[in-house]
Design a binder for this molecule. Structure first.
Ligand SMILES: [Zn+2]
Length: 369
């Protein structure tokens, strides 16, 4: 793999089977990183890739966006920010509320907490920005996260990254939930032996930042883990209403929430995206649960001109090891996971003048679905 030409836009989506990381070349060697996951060497996938193609990561990573604090979007984020010394850092505006940070700390300390410790990683990133004397960008719907004006980049187009979520209603709900969680799990309640409570809406990805990249006349949509609530002012319904009659219609879509049915809304495809866009899905697996399901893949394929998944390889143990070796492993009491994904990536290079895709590169086990 080589560095894209300075006048080209390139989007690379990494997905190892749990997690995702997106790189965007905006032109003139400048890069945006959205979220972070680990590659097969357990290194931050995006950062390792940029180093491997010779990017000056200290100066040319312009912006890092944490779409939300869940584990599958945040692994390696702090390490990436540490190296990206000149980058701006953007996250949900909930993180600017002390009470929400207190909630993250309390949440991550819960016993048997299955969702991971992404909150701790976010707080480390906030501390790092503070030590640099920089204020992060706190994001709500319609915030222009960052822009580069005409003339600043040699391809001559204005570039902007616009937040499409969370809505004010989602933010207000989350902050109310966080306060309730802190109250319910207060030391006063512990002293009374009242049972510990879990936050109620954490699974709805209320704070997730969907973002629209606009380069001249073209748009690329990054759906993060935004889900559909079927309520006005929430989720995709809110985004579609907000984008009504506003150009551009995105022609590439990082499909939301690992292609799940719960993140699907017909109007996103019918009214917002260009007809038959190019879609990219990152898979997700935790315990026995996995995304996308076969019916999700079918639905996404039908609505896309090309649909890609970043990682697909499922290798049964029987095919991974010789029968005798397997017996030895079993005798030694070591347990192996039965499914193995590899961190693949889908890279799409676009000419910002014509909006034409000039090259698509799939690595590892990424494939057309
Ligand atoms: Zn996710």
């Amino acid at each position: 793999m080589t560095h894209p030409d300075q006048d080209k836009i390139q989007v690379i989506v990494f997905g190892p089977g749990f997690g995702e990381c997106i790189l965007i070349h905006i032109g003139d060697h400048g890069w945006i990183i959205i979220d972070s996951c680990l590659n097969d060497d357990k290194e931050p996938a995006g950062l390792s890739y940029l180093s491997s193609i010779g990017v000056d990561v200290e100066n040319n990573i312009k912006l890092i966006v944490a779409t939300h604090w869940h584990d599958d979007h945040i692994k390696g984020l702090f390490k990436t920010l540490e190296v990206a010394k000149s980058a701006n850092f953007a996250m949900s505006s909930a993180m600017s509320h002390q009470e929400f940070l207190a909630f993250l700390i309390a949440h991550d300390r819960q016993p048997n907490m299955r969702i991971g410790r992404g909150g701790t990683e976010i707080i480390k990133c906030l501390r790092l920005m503070k030590s640099r004397g920089k204020v992060p960008k706190f994001v709500v719907q319609d915030r222009l996260i960052e822009s580069w004006d005409i003339g600043k980049i040699s391809h001559g187009k204005r570039v902007e990254l616009l937040a499409l979520s969370p809505s004010d209603a989602q933010l207000a709900d989350t902050l109310a939930d966080a306060s309730k969680f802190l109250r319910d799990n207060s030391t006063e309640n512990s002293a009374k032996n009242l049972p510990k409570k879990r936050i109620s809406s954490e699974n709805k990805n209320n704070l997730s930042i969907a973002a629209l990249l606009v380069v001249g006349d073209i748009g690329i949509l990054f759906g993060a883990d935004v889900e559909e609530r079927n309520i006005e002012n929430y989720g995709w319904k809110n985004i579609v209403t907000n984008r009504k009659d506003r150009a551009p219609s995105p022609f590439i879509f990082k499909v939301a929430h690992h292609g799940s049915q719960g993140a699907h809304l017909d109007q996103v495809w019918d009214d917002f995206l260009e007809a038959k866009p190019i879609s990219i899905v990152t898979p997700w697996k935790l315990g026995g649960n996995f995304l996308p399901k076969a019916e999700d893949i079918q639905r996404i394929k039908e609505r896309s001109s090309f649909a890609y998944i970043t990682s697909s390889e499922i290798i049964p143990l029987k095919r991974r090891y010789d029968r005798e070796v397997l017996k030895d492993i079993q005798r030694s009491g070591v347990s192996l996971t039965s499914i193995q994904y590899k961190c693949g990536s889908v890279s799409i290079t676009v000419n910002p003048d014509s909006g034409v895709v000039e090259e698509t590169v799939l690595t590892n086990t990424a494939k057309l679905i």
